[in-house]
Design a protein around this ligand. Sequence first.
Ligand code: SF4
Length: 436
Amino acid sequence: MKTILLINPPVYDFAAYDLWAKPLALLYLSSILKKQNIKIEFFDYMDRLSSLIENTESNEYGCGHYIKEQVDKPKIINDIKRNYFRFGIPKDTAENYFKTLKPPNVIIIGSVMTYWYIGVKEAVKSLKKIFPDTPIILGGVYATLCFEHAKTIKNIDDIVSGGFHGLMAVLSKYNINIDIVNDFSSFPTPDYSVYPKLEYMAGRTSMGCPFNCSYCAQKILSNRTYSIKSVDVIIDEIYELTGKRNIKNIVFYDDALFYNANRHIKILFQQILDDNKIFNIHTPNGLHAKFIDEELADLMFHVKLINPRFSLETADEHEQKYSDHKITNQEFKSAIKMLRKSGYNKGEYTVYLLIGLPNQNINSIKDSIKFAHDLGAKISFSEYSPIPYTATWAYIDAFFKEEPLFQNKTYFLSRQKNYDELLELKQLAKNLNNKL
Ligand code: SF4
């Protein structure tokens, strides 16, 4: 039997927090490979609950801080006055664990943010030292969006960009012949058995998004497709995973969970209620408030969708075009009204606002903060970071395109000429949130 070692690398950044973050693509891949008689070893550097480390405390919903150590900033971003950290299971601990394994036939490393590639480099170096003869394949977001840059990392044998479809050909080079149907609707249940300790279960009911916001790379990452699983399949997945492990927190990573609500999410929520299942449901990716009607608002409240987070991005009607007109202020107001009627109180729902877009008007951010606060919403800023292949990328200064580390959202924000004013606005939003 062939063995594949799947790796979720450590993170190097100014800040990181486990807001229900799991390497979902690797978990789907683990299930797909196991079904085809491949033995899987799995190592997640970012597993806060690993038996290899002293676990950090979780809040009531399973979120918490990663273990971290302060490290020197890479010289090229040394001009920013913020501390820089390595998050995740320490390097020596990981290497000692790898030494307990038999050399796998292949190692596959996943990647997320483009500017987290230093963690990929570290993992590759450790793995090559211990398994010098095992080929290493890199996939994921960084591999897809920064393919040329990824080629500069030493000791990566193959890079797969754009999802699982390229993986079959690469694995066949190493005499591992598998079948991967590159259609999300046929993906199996993510393989949570790789985590001995688990406080939440994250999954998707759909892949892709019908919108096309100018700053978002989801179209490239989802191969321009939008695909859903049937409600019956999702219900089975949720009950199977939560039942076995007594998990109470369910997290949906969908980019457009409420799209086509009558035929999808309403049926799913109603089924959970009919079955008298009690969960806390979380949606860290922004929801589309425009799809809310009274029925959906009631279902959200009764099914215990905690602190629904909505993507408004801006209340400036001119700037909303950059978000593909996904919501108008009027639609937003009307959705909040229905939420309040269904039982959500002020401060029990959150609005994402974008901050740090190049040439963004400070007054429009201020107005957006006021608009959201007046509707009783907590404000959470999504700090803009430039992403290759997006429409906004064309307007980014050439300097930031040279190096993925310059695309770090904290770094990018700090290089805006109105940085001090942006910090003041962040503080203003914090103060207003405390008043709710
Ligand atoms: S709605 Fe969200 S996921 Fe969809 S394109 Fe816009 S930012 Fe991306």
